[in-house]
Design a protein around this ligand. Sequence first.
Ligand SMILES: [Zn+2]
Length: 288
Amino acid sequence: MESLATLTGTLFFGAAALFAVAECLSPARAPTSPIGRRWLTNLALFFFGFLIHRMLLPFTALIAAQAAGELGSGLFQKLSLQAAIAVPLGVLFLDFWKYIEHRLFHGVPLLWRLHRVHHSDVDVDFTTTERHHPLEVCVSMLFLPSAVFILGVPDLAVGVYVLLGSIVALFSHSNVELGPAFNRRLSWLIVTPRVHCIHHSADPPETNSNYGILLTLWDRVFKTFRQEVAKSRGRQRLGLEYFRDARSARLDRVLLQPFLPAPTEQRPAAGQGALERGGQAENLETWG
Ligand SMILES: [Zn+2]
């Protein structure tokens, strides 16, 4: 297990470096906010999440899979499937589970308060991948291991999914221009940067689409897949309108976001960074 953790970590940081270079060479969007401040916040949140994973509950989904294997519990263990069938099936199931989990984080108001930290990034790049509030990391760590244990998903399937899911998540958040034709072909299988960028749109109908982590299959099956943004608008705005001001980007304010008033209670006052619908975008926030 330790060697798998080392391999996953090495490939994750290798992929992050690769996407960082790709973002410099072929960016899809110009930044709208100071990159240093965003990176400081996102990397700090990554560090907090890393500490929670490593120090409190190391590799819990894998431990749950091993416990289920030792006890022979769960559907996968009872069926005694060969690895060639059990591993792909397990990866499919875990990706479906993460799709459901992501929809819950959007649909349940209390969970959305945690997940909106991920969506409040006003630009999206590879550092956004690990921008999650520590409380969201804790809740998320309860979802996957419980499903793995109940169904007895094999530990190899968990390892493969963690590896593939982490790298595709980095890829789908990266600010890389692939070209529309290549993007469209690739998005028949996996979540691409263009597809996931729609999920980070400031426009709620677009935010509530493209929930997939690894495969686009589940969004297609459950009719939440979007390939294009609304054509009526010009440039796509990312982030959340109610956390768009410069102060909201500070790490201390980001950590407070789950406890701040809900959007319906905290509408931007006229002339304070509100997005006027109907074609005239007004952006009055100040980035100091
Ligand atoms: Zn989301």
